[in-house]
Design a binder for this molecule. Structure first.
Ligand SMILES: CC(C)(COP(=O)(O)OP(=O)(O)OC[C@H]1O[C@@H](n2cnc3c(N)ncnc32)[C@H](O)[C@@H]1OP(=O)(O)O)[C@@H](O)C(=O)NCCC(=O)NCCS
Length: 199
């Protein structure tokens, strides 16, 4: 176990200081042994915002363990990165293995401005993945709890996610709940081959 005091130079998607002082005491029962984004359990692990330089640290290869990514060159990646940064509200957090300069975990907190709930801020969890050779070491819980606590710090009134049935126990173990009568996820996909049969 060791506190990660490393600072990573690079162009961050958002201010790294936003990740300081998250309220880990609120979730201490979820992790055994307890770890936090500031002290992730090994001194070679670093939890930080996504950086532009992560294109060369295997960020997209990691995402390809979650779903199809496609062929994205560094120019396209850069444009998308700056589009998210300019837009604001995108909090992509990564875990880096500093021994290998490799991104081994990520999750995204997406915030959404609302008129309802007195002009509230709503949070969505997206794109959670841990490199398959690092799974089962609490890094999944760590990366999800980091953005969950961040959403709370930002003042969001709720955070939600879509997941496969098999992952319900994983999310339940870190505090997410199925709300009776309000646990459906529906979708229209526009990426299917036969687009004439969508509606
Ligand atoms: C889901 C995922 C992020 C979990 O990462 P991880 O680092 O292995 O998670 P943890 O070590 O923190 O595991 C936490 C718990 O969840 C369980 N768990 C992890 N992955 C699971 C899976 N795919 N199905 C069911 N349970 C799972 C573990 O058994 C563990 O249970 P325990 O605490 O009772 O022992 C990882 O399996 C992954 O990247 N999967 C592929 C991408 C994916 O499906 N992402 C989620 C999209 S919603």
């Amino acid at each position: 176990m060791g506190a990660s005091t490393q600072i990573s130079s690079g162009t961050s998607l958002f201010d790294p200081r936003i990740l300081e002082n998250l309220e880990w005491t609120a979730v201490k029962g979820c992790l055994s042994p307890p770890i936090t984004n500031a002290a992730p359990g090994e001194n070679w692990l670093l939890v930080r915002p996504l950086q532009l330089e992560d294109y060369d640290k295997g960020y997209l290869q990691l995402l390809s363990q979650l779903t199809s990514v496609g062929n994205i060159d560094s120019h396209v990646f850069k444009n998308q990165f700056y589009a998210m940064q300019k837009c604001g509200g995108y909090y992509i957090v990564v875990i880096e293995d500093l021994r290998k300069n490799q991104i081994i975990g990520t999750s995204t907190l997406l915030t959404e401005y609302k008129f309802i709930h007195e002009c509230g801020l709503r949070a969505r969890l997206e794109d959670v993945v841990v490199n398959n050779t690092y799974r089962g070491k609490q890094l999944g819980k760590l990366i999800v709890l980091t953005v969950t606590l961040l959403s709370r710090k930002l003042g969001c009134y709720k955070m939600s996610l879509d997941c496969k049935d098999s992952l319900i126990p994983f999310y339940k173990s870190i505090g997410y709940k199925l709300e009776p009568g309000n646990s459906n996820s529906m979708v229209i996909r526009y990426d299917s081959v036969n687009t004439s049969n969508i509606f």
